[in-house]
Design a protein around this ligand. Structure first.
Ligand code: SF4
Length: 378
């Protein structure tokens, strides 16, 4: 059981906060898709991925929906001849509202896509302009209707909260809309100020304000309250689903299952070894054409333990110390004591051997995980 990720590095506009690998120059798409197919064939011939079966396929980026639907459908057909998916595989396409129309939706469905992750981010025009998104609020609402009417079995909405322009009223409006819209999954991210982004420059020059911690914490509380009232499963700090509708592909990342990533900047992980492609389209195509090896690193026990700690702490189920004692006996000795101290401060709760973050603890997840990690070289 493994996941397959494809990185499509094209966008119409550069959202100010974004630090993913993408380009707004949309030339060279057929060549890049061919390079991804070539990389897929090479990976299939390696011992690691030769026998792999994939239970999920995720097309992310960038914005996969900017690829002309017929070209994308041909690419997906070829890809699935190289790596057939399991019969009930989850197959997600990331789409932006301004690319959604009935014809595109029908082509994606026919190509096997059964889940759309829609980059709404906000339903407010002023906020969308502030973020430099390529769509407006009307397009966001229309695209949601089109996808739901087209009959996708699962639709995720991406929203961003906690930005300086995001009022509590606008956040509650968007949450209420989404929880009642017919989508079955919500990814809600706090706006972050990333290095080397236009947002960082805008803050540096005083034209934009940076996100404010208390504002974000309050809006995170609103998210938790509304999710609880709607009966949704807040199963990961930034991810919520209707019962039974958790995202399988992303859940597999959080559970440290193996995945193969293809395309520029994509990462792969086979359980011990992590590798990645250049985050540059021309370099990537050259690397594939010339058969160059990917860069990579063997993860030592401490690194794997830290990743387990960080990802599982973010999940509703939390850390299973019984499991950890079997897999990380050398590190778990002091962990329980530390978790009990955090419980006394109200940040952690436990049921049997499972320790998870309390609602209050979820506000400090990264700092708590950092404090529990093993430091030093393996
Ligand atoms: S559409 Fe997505 S990947 Fe592209 S710039 Fe915006 S946030 Fe980044």
């Amino acid at each position: 059981m493994a996941g397959l990720y494809i990185h499509i590095p094209y966008c119409k506009k550069a959202c100010f906060y974004c630090n993913f690998h993408f380009t707004v120059n949309r030339k060279g798409q057929p060549e890049l898709l061919q390079a991804i197919l070539e990389e897929a064939r090479r990976q299939r011939d390696t011992a690691v991925w030769n026998e792999a079966t994939f239970s999920s396929l995720y097309l992310g980026g960038g914005t996969p929906s900017v690829i002309e639907p017929a070209l994308l459908a041909d690419f997906l057909y070829e890809l699935r001849t190289v790596f057939p998916l399991e019969a009930d595989a989850e197959f997600t396409l990331e789409a932006n509202p301004d690319d959604v129309n009935p014809t595109a939706a029908a082509t994606w469905l026919e190509a096997g896509v059964n889940r759309i992750s829609l980059g709404l981010q906000s339903l407010n025009d002023e906020e969308l302009r502030w973020m430099n998104r390529s769509h407006n609020a009307k397009e966001a609402l229309d695209s949601l209707d089109t996808l739901l009417q087209a009959g996708f079995p699962s639709v995720n909405a991406d929203l961003i909260y906690g930005g300086p322009l995001r009022s509590d009223a606008s956040w509650l409006h968007d949450l209420d809309y989404i929880f009642n819209s017919g989508v079955d999954h919500l990814s809600a991210y706090a706006l972050t100020l990333e290095e080397r982004t236009p947002y960082e420059k805008l803050v540096h020059t005083g034209r934009y304000e940076a996100p404010e911690e208390q504002h974000q914490a309050r809006q995170f509380e609103m998210l938790s309250d509304r999710a609880e009232a709607a009966g949704w499963d807040h199963y990961e700090i930034s991810n919520l689903a209707k019962p039974g509708q958790r995202a399988r592909h992303n859940s597999a990342y959080w559970k440290n299952h193996p995945y193969l990533g293809l395309g520029p900047s994509a990462h792969s992980y086979d359980g011990k070894y992590r590798s990645w492609n250049p985050a540059d389209n021309a370099l990537y195509v050259r690397a594939v054409t010339e058969g160059m090896d990917r860069e990579g690193e063997l993860l030592g026990p401490k690194e794997r333990y830290n990743e387990w700690l960080m990802t599982h702490l973010r999940m509703l189920e939390g850390l299973d110390l019984k499991w950890a004692r079997q897999h990380w006996p050398e590190f778990v000795a002091g962990l329980e004591q530390e978790l009990l101290k955090l419980e006394a401060r109200g940040w952690v709760q436990h049921k049997g051997p499972r320790f998870s973050l309390s609602r209050n603890g979820r506000l400090y997840a990264d700092a708590i995980a950092a404090g529990l990690m093993q430091v030093g070289e393996d």
